[in-house]
Design a protein around this ligand. Structure first.
Ligand code: ADP
Ligand code: MG
Length: 688
């Protein structure tokens, strides 16, 4: 990690440039927070009009400070910001936090000012957090830095949190207090003009106290660097991401918010998946996953035991388990016998274990220890509905007193006062209010662990020797040739320039075959009836060709030629493609093809190049993946061949930057292998 970043996150002395002597001001609040947090180092207020602020000696200028502080927090009005930054840099300060707003997010003038500041900071080899940010927190007992305006102090703990929205960060501090989430570091990135998400990842990766990472992102500033860093980080610590702007409305709001260049959500999704981050879809889930990641270690497998004193919530848990791809553990006969020995005869000792409302705290403890010790159980969810015979707190204490070898998540459905009190019970894992939330958190914990263990695999890059020097869409022969060279199987084909050539070319390909007219006007051939399938002999071919010619003539289309292609039956249709995102680069797509693709949008994406492992994960992500398995009496398609094709297309995308768009639609998949029957490629040279 760069020294300047270390100074930013763990300074031993601070200048507060532009801090007001008014306690009720924002800067006054920040100063108060530093004191509240017990910042042990020197604090130097800089204010031309005050000699003393909050009991600290104040200096009229940065130049007059008695030492070079590790970090400067700049809170001057926007008009004075460039000068203030320059003064800090001139003093030799290497880490700056610019709280002031009104830069890139506030129109062209602000944009120019931000650029000027960034240039000065870079020249000086310094780092700058913000502008337009809420500051930074480090709860390390040796650092004790709370340079924010948060009304509540961050609860010390093990989650590092980087946020593009400072306000959201601060709001979460309050929530975190409520649900027992502990913060190791918090950084409000603001406009990310110099220090961005990637820098935060570098810091979090090295911070010993940080066990899990939360990212609230409105943009991903350096996608390739993010991928590399997040991947490494995810192998060490689980990372949960809330990416704002999943919808177009959200994107518009995000781009006007921090002036971020909103990338398409599918690119972001691909990036996060590839990196191994777990994505939360709501703020509530974001918090739930973070507090789970902070304190719950990964279960070794998917088999869950549910232990409850109420039937209904246990059933809800079972439904949620099934939906999240988790399993209800089959308890060993010995476990059931031992449960039977102390539970009432009406209790159910098969999973879900229903101990009935009469269950006492001691029953919970004993039952948890028993099921947790069962070799068929990888994790436990306990569900406690307000017990009629003992306070819920006692059940919580009994659960917390157990020494169990597998993770367990307690659900309590009880009076509101319980949750806050439960935070004080040592050893109690994060408490959930509903079974479904606990299940979601457990599934996410497993997902994060799977990502950490997943091999990255090798992602090949391929550049063909010859690339047609032709701008725009390639003809079918050129397109087939290029993908075939990349190792993608294509249907045997021949091209006929005119109707006369058809019979001879058809002999080369072999019947039954498919006739397709092609030309620049023929983008969706079948829509224009320019595809004739299953032609069994020359007579059928010629009849189809003349009918096709007439139809096209009526629509005013002159085909440039005809493609003859071997006809295949019984293939399942997939769509594969390459697209380029302006901010992110080449994406490989894979989805279930045919008409379904437009309706269901069942497509998964990865950045090119991509490995076999990633290709496999892409297929697993498809909602309709069952269509590729054994289906209506047909054997499953050859998934390895599909994976290999994805990898090869990714290799081509990475090796040929001129290839701006590719569509294989469909790729026909069979039990034996795959074959591309329709390939569209577009090349662009020069600036793009
Ligand atoms: P377009 O996408 O331009 O309409 P295609 O070449 O994809 O034209 O053909 C349309 C459809 O015809 C394909 O989606 C596929 O269902 C079918 N098809 C095309 N070529 C073949 C072939 N060689 N064997 C079997 N079916 C084919
Ligand atoms: Mg097609």
């Amino acid at each position: 990690m760069r020294r300047e970043l270390a100074l930013l996150f763990a300074p031993r002395s601070l200048a507060l440039v532009g801090v007001s002597s008014k306690k009720e001001s924002l800067s006054g609040r920040l100063l108060a927070n530093l004191a509240r947090g017990g910042f042990p180092g020197a604090i130097y207020p800089v204010n031309p009009k005050a000699r003393e602020i909050a009991g600290l000696a104040s200096y009229p200028t940065v130049a007059e400070l008695p030492e070079v502080p590790d970090c400067a927090i700049v809170m001057v009005p926007r008009e004075a910001s460039l000068e203030a930054v320059e003064a800090c840099l001139a003093k030799g300060i290497k880490a700056l936090v610019l709280i002031t707003a009104g830069f890139r997010e506030g129109g062209p003038e602000g944009q120019a000012l931000e650029r000027a500041i960034v240039a000065r900071v870079r020249e000086a080899g310094a780092v700058l957090l913000g502008p337009n940010c809420m500051g930074v927190v480090n709860t390390d007992p040796a650092v004790r830095l709370d340079a924010t305006f948060s009304p509540v102090a961050p609860r010390p703990g093990h989650v590092a949190f980087a946020s593009h929205s400072g306000a959201l960060g601060v709001a979460l501090f309050e929530q975190a207090e409520e649900v027992g989430l502990g913060i190791s570091m918090f950084v409000s990135l603001g406009n990310s003009a110099v220090v961005n998400t990637c820098d935060a990842l570098e810091v979090f990766a090295q911070d010993q106290r940080t066990r899990a990472v939360m990212l609230y992102l409105e943009a991903i500033e350096e996608p390739q660097r993010f991928l590399t860093l997040a991947r490494q980080l995810c192998q060490q610590k689980p990372v949960v991401v809330l990416k704002a702007g999943r919808t177009e409305a959200g994107q518009r709001a995000a781009s006007s918010h921090t002036g971020a260049l909103a990338a398409q959500d599918r690119a972001v999704e691909a990036l996060l998946r590839q990196a191994g981050c777990v994505r939360a879809t709501t703020l509530a889930e974001f918090l739930d996953l973070a507090r789970t990641f902070e304190r719950v270690k990964a279960p070794r497998g998917r088999r869950v035991a549910v232990l409850s004193n109420a039937g209904g919530p246990a059933i809800a848990a079972c439904d949620a388990l099934a939906q999240s791809g988790l399993e209800l553990a089959a308890l060993a006969p010995e476990t059931k016998a031992k449960l039977r020995a102390f539970l009432p005869p009406e209790a159910s000792v098969a999973n879900p274990v229903d101990m009935l409302p009469s269950a006492r705290p001691e029953d919970f403890r004993q039952a948890l220890e028993l099921v947790a010790a069962d070799p068929n159980v990888d994790s436990v969810i306990t569900i406690t509905v307000t017990p009629p015979l003992a306070p819920a707190q006692e059940v919580a204490r009994a659960l917390a007193s157990t020494q169990v070898g597998v993770p367990f998540l307690p659900v309590f459905m009880t009076s509101p006062g319980f949750y806050r009190e439960s935070l004080a019970i040592p050893g109690l894992p994060p408490v959930f209010r509903f079974p479904e939330e606990a299940v979601k958190a457990l599934a996410a914990r497993l997902q994060a662990a799977a990502c950490a263990q997943r091999p990255w695999g090798e992602a090949p890059v391929f550049r063909p020797a010859q690339i047609p020097q032709k701008e725009g869409y390639l003809g079918p022969a050129e397109a087939f040739q290029l993908v075939a060279e990349a190792g993608i199987p294509v249907a045997p084909y021949a091209v006929a320039k005119s109707l006369d050539e058809l019979p001879a070319k058809a002999q080369q390909v072999g019947y039954p075959l498919v006739l397709k007219a092609f030309g620049t006007q023929l983008v969706h051939k079948s829509e224009l009836a320019a595809v004739a399938l299953d032609l069994r002999d020359e007579a059928a071919l010629l009849a189809a060709a003349s009918a096709m010619g007439q139809r096209l003539a009526q629509s005013g289309i002159t085909p440039e030629g005809f493609l003859l292609q071997r006809f295949f039956t019984g293939g399942r249709e997939l769509i594969l493609g390459i697209s380029r995102d302006p901010a992110f680069g080449a994406l490989v797509a894979c989805g279930l093809g045919g008409v379904a693709v437009e309706v269901w949008q069942d497509v998964s994406f990865r950045f090119a190049p991509c490995s076999r492992e990633e290709a496999r994960a892409m297929l697993q992500e498809l909602r309709g993946k069952k269509l590729l398995g054994p289906f209506r009496g047909q054997p499953p398609v050859n998934l390895e061949a599909v994976e290999e094709t994805i990898v090869r297309l990714g290799a081509l995308a990475a090796g040929v930057p001129e290839l701006v768009e590719a569509d294989i639609n469909p790729l026909l998949a069979f039990p034996q292998g795959v074959v591309a029957v329709d390939v569209r490629l577009r090349l662009a040279f020069g600036s793009s």
